[in-house]
Design a protein around this ligand. Structure first.
Ligand SMILES: Nc1ncnc2c1ncn2[C@@H]1O[C@H](COP(=O)(O)OP(=O)(O)OP(=O)(O)O)[C@@H](O)[C@H]1O
Ligand SMILES: [Mg+2]
Length: 396
């Protein structure tokens, strides 16, 4: 099928001419309303036009344009003072001028083509006809000139309009999207995640200490006791002591297994052996609910980041098995823009919510991910499905 690459940006500009004129009306209404002391009549119109322009630019660029959180409910004055509205108003005012102008280029090009070609065809019937450049058309050679003028308009339409449309969509998206966080905001965010990282680190240390204390240390105490019994038995009856050697050996083997388990939870050896994709594939195979891992090519990430992703998938899959009642679960992983993305999606009953209590699996994931400056998103309406998404930067 023939792909008309110029059509989407041309349509974007043509419709923009219409919304540009509506923007002029909105801005005039807003200021007239404010001058007359009325509740500004244009507020709703400005907000609606900003939303329309956001959607249109997002559709042309293939990426949704985010929006600042709306103003709190507090009447027109609070809305007018809110950063979200001021940003919308600025964008709509610019659109009233620039959008209308850019749109008129996109509207003018086909009209110019039509007018000049029509004059070139009909000049014998139209005495006094002129081209759009005001050249009289009263002979065949003038008609040819009119056709050439029309083709000039067509060339403008095809050559100028598409880049103009894409440029205008990009600049409009920049005006309508929330501003980049300031350095101070970014610093506050980093301070908060640093605190979360320390907290997560502390929790992790306490867990390892508990695991070593309750598991490995107890097993080693048992080994020491068995060796003590063995020592006394050797003094009394060396021949009968042989089974006790066996018992002490079993206790030592148990301690070793316990120690391996603790080590596995600090950095799963399977990650070192098989990489993240292989390690997650092993988790997926072991999942009691039918699970599938979508093929993905992953760039290598720092070990700690891969471990965070691995533990997140492990917890998500164990949640699916414990709580969801799902029939299928799909795990997807991909890297893009130096970010590792992981998604676990089940078709179960939904309603998942991260509890604030210590040791909750989902809260643990959130903290661990935040420690790497990553984000966690949990979508789980009652009735399902449940989607857990995490994004982890792979560069510092
Ligand atoms: N995939 C899911 N589908 C439906 N409900 C879920 C799902 N995942 C979690 N939940 C719900 O969200 C709650 C919180 O999950 P979370 O992992 O934080 O705790 P938990 O699994 O109950 O305990 P822990 O992870 O500490 O063993 C769960 O108790 C469960 O009710
Ligand atoms: Mg859990």
């Amino acid at each position: 099928m023939l792909r008309l690459r110029w059509w989407p940006p041309a349509r974007y500009l043509v419709v923009g001419a219409g919304t540009g004129i509506a923007s002029i009306v909105a801005v005039v209404l807003l200021f007239a309303g404010a001058l007359l002391g009325l509740a500004p009549a244009g507020i709703g119109l400005v907000q609606r036009l900003a939303a329309v322009e956001r959607t249109r630019a997002g559709r042309l660029l293939g990426a949704a344009v985010p929006q600042l959180p709306a103003a709190p409910d507090g009447g027109p004055v609070a809305v007018l003072a809110s950063p979200a509205f001021r940003r919308d108003l600025r964008a709509v005012a610019v659109h009233a001028a620039v959008g209308t102008l850019a749109g008129s280029v996109a509207v003018g090009a086909p009209l110019g083509l039509l007018q000049n070609v029509a004059v070139a065809l009909a000049w014998p019937l139209l005495p006094g006809a002129t081209t759009s450049l005001d050249v009289p058309v009263d002979s065949p050679s003038a008609a040819v000139l009119a056709v050439l003028t029309g083709l000039g308009y067509a060339a403008i339409g095809i050559v100028v309009v598409p880049p103009l449309g894409r440029w205008y969509a990009r600049s409009s998206a920049r005006r309508l999207a929330p501003p980049e966080p300031t350095l101070v905001e970014r610093l506050a965010e980093v301070t908060a995640t640093r605190a979360a990282a320390l907290e997560a680190h502390g929790t992790e240390l306490r867990r390892i200490e508990r695991d070593l204390h309750d598991g490995t240390q107890n097993r080693l105490v048992a080994v020491v006791m068995h060796l003590g019994i063995l020592e006394r038995a050797l003094e009394r009856d060396p021949a009968g002591a042989l089974p006790l050697v066996q018992t002490a050996q079993d206790a030592a083997t148990g301690a070793l297994a316990e120690l391996r388990e603790v080590v596995r939870h600090i950095y799963p050896p399977v990650l070192a052996d098989r990489g993240l994709a292989g390690a997650v594939a092993a988790l997926v195979t072991r999942c009691p609910v039918p699970a599938r891992l979508e093929d993905a090519s992953l760039d290598r990430a720092p070990a700690a980041v891969e471990a965070a992703a691995y533990f997140a998938v492990a917890e998500a899959l164990s949640n699916v098995a414990k709580h969801s009642g799902a029939e299928h679960v799909l795990v997807r992983m991909w890297t893009a823009d130096a970010t590792l993305h992981v998604e676990v999606r089940d078709d179960g009953r939904g309603g998942a919510e991260a509890a604030e209590r210590q040791g909750s699996g989902l809260t643990g994931i959130r903290r661990r991910v935040a420690a790497f400056d990553g984000t966690t998103e949990l979508i789980s309406p009652p009735g399902g499905p449940t989607v857990l998404r995490i994004a982890l930067p792979t560069r510092g």
